[in-house]
Ligand binder design. Structure first.
Ligand code: IMP
Length: 198
């Protein structure tokens, strides 16, 4: 049987690792920009996770000709009225994980635990064609820790403690892939792809 190929329209190594792990039991070949020796470029200027995920999935399809997965995600902190949200990857002036985390911890300094509630959101767009795009969504609630803990994962993982746990995503490691926003969206995508393949 011909194996289905899907392009992962992202350069984020952390996302690629998680998506590959979660979809590993599907009979599909996931292709990254590195696999295809291309540079994936897509301006993330949408007003929502949906718009950005859609843009990535369509850009990926146009660039490679393969059905593409576009993923957009971010962290929303209650105390900061939902920030950083769609700006999660470039919240601090120096756009890197370390500086983004420092900025969040600085803005939440002295804020009590009850007010440190936050959630991650992930939207996945699957571009089957230019006119047929399917969306899948997942959320994970939790709160922001007072300091960085753990070195696994990426982004805000060292300061996000999911609800019902007492460890950050960066300490939970593989367990993250059972409960995260991305896992929840990918479980639905998986169900859809299984039906599509069969
Ligand atoms: P974008 O989807 O490329 O805009 O990037 C999403 C940004 O949100 C990442 O660069 C991270 O800062 C943050 N983010 C999204 N998902 C996660 C996650 O699972 N763990 C930690 N940070 C995340």
């Amino acid at each position: 049987m011909k194996i289905m190929k899907i392009f992962l329209a992202t350069n984020n190594k952390g996302k690629i690792k998680e998506i590959k792990e979660i979809l590993s039991d599907l009979n599909i070949e996931l292709l990254t920009p590195k696999d295809l020796k291309i540079k994936f470029v897509c301006k993330e200027d949408g007003d929502s996770f949906y718009e950005n995920a859609y843009k990535k999935a369509i850009t990926g399809l146009l660039q490679t000709g393969y059905i593409s997965i576009g993923e957009d995600s971010g962290l929303m902190i209650d105390y900061l009225n939902g920030a950083p949200g769609i700006k999660s990857s470039h919240f601090a002036k120096k756009k890197n994980d370390e500086e983004n985390i420092k900025k969040v911890l600085r803005l939440l300094k002295g804020v009590e635990k009850e007010k440190r509630k936050a959630k991650f959101k992930c939207v996945i767009a699957l571009s089957l064609s230019l006119k047929k795009v399917k969306f899948f969504e997942g959320e994970c609630e939790g709160y922001i820790s007072e300091k960085k803990m753990g070195d696994k994962g990426f982004g805000y993982d060292p300061i996000f403690i999911p609800k019902g746990y007492n460890k950050t995503f960066a300490l939970l490691g593989e367990e993250k892939n059972k409960i995260s926003h991305r896992a929840k969206a990918l479980f639905q995508l998986k169900k859809f792809l299984k039906e599509l393949i069969s």
